[in-house]
Design a protein around this ligand. Structure first.
Ligand code: MG
Length: 370
């Protein structure tokens, strides 16, 4: 099987309400989505999505994905999409780095691979653990009562995992937020506190030790892995790493230097499912727990992450995230990753990715390589 044509689409996905991290950082209102359609010489069509979480969050932007495709897509024409490590090496030789811009091309290959052997991607990734995956909410920074009110809205649709955004220079207020939400946690819930790199090491140590009596998990407390290692050495609660987990080398370092106990693998940030699988395997061998999600995107992107999440042993996976639930448009109505009404979701048991976007939603391609 050979890759015969690659078409690239661009769409905008508005959020249902503006989203902000602590202190008004990273406020934005819509996502810039890129979709890739990959056609094989056997008549199969693979799909994938690459959507950064805005362009102010991390070094990634929607137009960058489409610009990278100008270099990467021609290099993949004529290649066998089932040879994923070879495909990724070819992309790395064509354009070193820029992992986020390679993800949709990698995943479209996985979709073709799965369809060609009539197996879902989760099974190709090593095996599918059947139980549904808990979905994490994403709770904006607010007053303690305001944040609890937002958690209650999610509870009404079944959610029992919550990613709560904290991290201001007012460490007393962050301690109040965590104590208030912990006091109002319900049995069976998992609430973790995502700092999105906002604390200095001093602030992280102050807050985490200020709630050292509580069994809570923190995510990405500080900007760099060095800073997180400093915090790790002086605090007790589990630390999850996501924004500074971009490569297999990062994962090796996190594991070998004991910087955290949980990894949150953002499939598109690490370059797609091939590289996410390598990171998964290092983390599995090192005793980590997992969150698996995309940085952002529609139901197609959510489904990509869910295919990987479904390959993690049930007792080790803490959750995923459905960005689609925060959008006012739907790229694949009624299909792909959805809340089952109990705050959980399952990857489709269909060959390949198991979802494709509506071409009506996409409009005409912005570029075609053949
Ligand atoms: Mg995070």
């Amino acid at each position: 099987m050979k890759i015969r044509r690659i078409s690239v689409y661009h769409q905008t996905a508005p959020l249902t309400r503006p989203y902000k991290l602590s202190g008004g950082r990273l406020r934005f209102e819509e996502l810039d989505c890129t979709f890739v359609k990959m056609e094989s010489d056997t008549g199969l069509i693979g799909w994938a999505e690459g959507t950064p979480w805005g362009h102010t969050y991390l070094p990634a932007h929607g137009a960058g994905i489409r610009a990278a495709a100008e270099l990467l897509a021609p290099a993949l024409l004529g290649e066998d999409p089932r040879q994923l490590d070879r495909i990724n090496r070819l992309m790395d030789l064509t354009l070193p780095g820029h992992n986020y811009a390679k993800s949709a091309l990698d995943i479209a290959c996985w979709d073709l691979f799965g369809q060609s052997v009539e197996l879902p991607i989760a099974e190709l990734l090593g095996g599918r653990y059947e139980e549904p995956v808990p979905i994490a909410s994403s709770i904006s920074t607010d007053t303690p009562d305001g944040m609890l009110a937002e958690i209650n809205l999610y509870r009404d649709t079944g959610y029992y995992v919550h990613s709560v955004k904290v991290g201001g220079s007012d460490t007393d207020l962050d301690i109040q937020r965590i104590r208030h939400l912990k006091a109002n946690e319900r049995p069976g819930e998992f609430i973790f506190y995502d700092v999105n790199r906002a604390w200095t090491p001093a602030e992280a140590i102050t807050v985490m030790n200020g709630v050292a009596d509580l069994p809570v998990t923190f995510e990405q407390p500080c900007e760099t892995l060095d800073q997180c290692a400093q915090v790790r050495a002086l605090t007790r609660q589990p630390i999850s790493l996501d924004e500074r987990l971009e490569t297999e080398g990062d994962m090796l370092r996190i594991a070998s230097q004991h910087i955290g106990e949980v990894v949150n693998i953002k499939v598109n940030r690490v370059g797609g499912l091939t590289k996410a699988k390598r990171i998964r395997d290092i983390a599995l061998a090192s005793g980590f727990k997992f969150l698996i999600m995309e940085s952002g995107g529609t139901a197609v992107a959510d489904t990509q992450a869910l295919q990987l999440a479904q390959s993690i042993p049930t007792e080790l996976r803490l959750g995923t995230w459905l960005c689609q639930e925060m959008l006012s448009v739907d790229s694949a109505p009624g299909r792909g990753a959805r809340n089952n009404g109990r705050g959980e979701s399952s990857a489709p048991v269909l060959p390949g990715l198991g979802v494709s976007p509506d071409e009506d939603f996409l409009g005409d391609p912005v570029a075609v390589y053949e």
